[in-house]
Write a protein that binds this ligand. Structure first.
Ligand code: NAP
Length: 337
């Protein structure tokens, strides 16, 4: 039996993914002991995977080798299993391949059997998935947000950010977002009802952040998905003893640059705590995080718009949206079944 998949041919330059990945068709190898086969129904597009496509060796995981299928989170049904705890028909989420069919080691891929009674299975990527875990952990644990505090989130209209602003609000904080464009900012304040949104593509971000101050008070927590120049603007608007939860560094992913904050001295001047966090480090907390997220999700308090592209052959266009800002909410590729 053959399988179509996206193979990494070279390291992408900027957002030229078509120049680096190729859709190929090859026979499936027999299943090894411990492996499962998943018929992918959905692929999750995650901005952090852009780092895995670079050649840098000092990241939080080694670069993906050239010549292998592109790795990413997938949802789908098990069609074949040689792993304990997985039987054909199970709905699973795993780190699989951008392919029609994923073949994974059940343990190494973090495969988990999902409750099929959740009506919209895409939620297992968003509110009930890694984005949900990351948002909740970053706001509550790393950011240590307390009720009444002012929490600012960058890339706030993307999958992780949309959940982070809602969770901040649910925890009793005053939530603010930074996003690119009036439509995204209107979504955040109108649909989600957060306190305010700053459009970083519309002129002076510093002035907009100053206008967001209340009685001179800036922000207690910054959930940062971006880094770069935006971080400098926020550093000078943090309240004393504030926390910066470093979730991602989108400003540097496509260019391969590494920006150092020019305003770093504010960490001392304002006695800030700056801490990075990484979801695989708290994977073991997944079930407990999911339970809390599911409570909010089922009550209708945690919502997620989906940006859906159909067809494996269109995956690269979906992926590029993460870096050009083409999405509101979770970017997903839906595959024909
Ligand atoms: N630490 C962890 O464990 C962990 C786990 C999951 C995700 N993350 C991080 O979370 C962040 C969001 O990832 P995601 O997969 O949820 O993607 P996403 O937020 O759905 O999409 C990325 C969004 O970021 C914005 N963006 C892109 N380039 C930007 C730039 N140079 N400056 C400002 N904004 C930019 C775009 O919206 P605009 O129109 O607003 O520009 C885009 O829609 C990433 O940094 C990712 O690495 C971290």
């Amino acid at each position: 039996m053959n399988n179509r998949f996206w193979r990494i041919e070279s390291r992408p330059e900027g957002n030229d993914f078509a120049g680096a990945l190729a859709l190929v068709d090859a026979p499936l190898a027999p299943l090894a002991e411990g492996e499962i086969r998943i018929r992918n129904s959905h692929l999750s597009m995650d901005a952090g995977t852009r780092l895995w496509l670079t050649s840098r060796e000092d990241g939080y995981q080694p670069p993906l080798p050239l010549g292998i299928p592109m790795t990413g989170l997938v949802l789908g049904e098990v069609t074949e299993s040689r792993a304990q705890g997985f039987v054909p028909g199970d709905l699973v989420r795993a780190f699989g391949q951008w392919a029609d069919i994923s073949t994974v080691d059940a343990v190494m891929s973090g495969a988990i059997v999902l409750d099929p009674s959740v009506a919209d299975r895409r939620a297992w990527f968003g509110p009930l998935g890694m984005n949900g875990w990351t948002a909740l952990w970053g706001v509550e644990q790393t950011g240590a947000a307390k009720p009444g505090e002012r929490v600012l989130v960058s890339a706030a209209a993307g999958a992780t950010g949309i959940l982070a602003v809602q969770i901040a609000k649910l925890l009793g904080c005053e939530a603010w977002g930074i996003a690119g464009g009036a439509e995204k900012c209107a979504y955040l304040t109108g649909e989600l009802g957060i306190a305010g949104a700053v459009d970083y593509k519309a002129g002076d971000v510093g002035a907009q952040l100053d206008a967001a101050k209340t009685n001179g008070s800036g922000f207690d927590v910054y959930f940062d998905n971006v880094g770069g120049a935006l971080l400098d603007q926020v550093l000078t608007r943090m309240n004393h003893y504030g926390r910066i939860a470093v979730c991602g560094l989108l400003a540097d992913y496509s260019s391969g640059t590494r920006t150092a904050p020019a305003e770093f001295d504010q960490v001392l001047m304002r006695r800030l705590r700056v801490e990075g966090f990484f979801s695989p480090d708290f994977m073991h907390e997944g079930p407990a995080l999911t339970e809390r997220l599911r409570g909010w999700y089922e009550a209708g308090d945690l919502v997620m718009p989906y940006d859906v592209t159909r067809g494996l052959e269109n995956t690269l266009a979906a992926y590029a949206k993460l870096f050009t800002g083409g999405n509101i909410g979770k970017v997903i590729v839906e595959l024909e079944q």
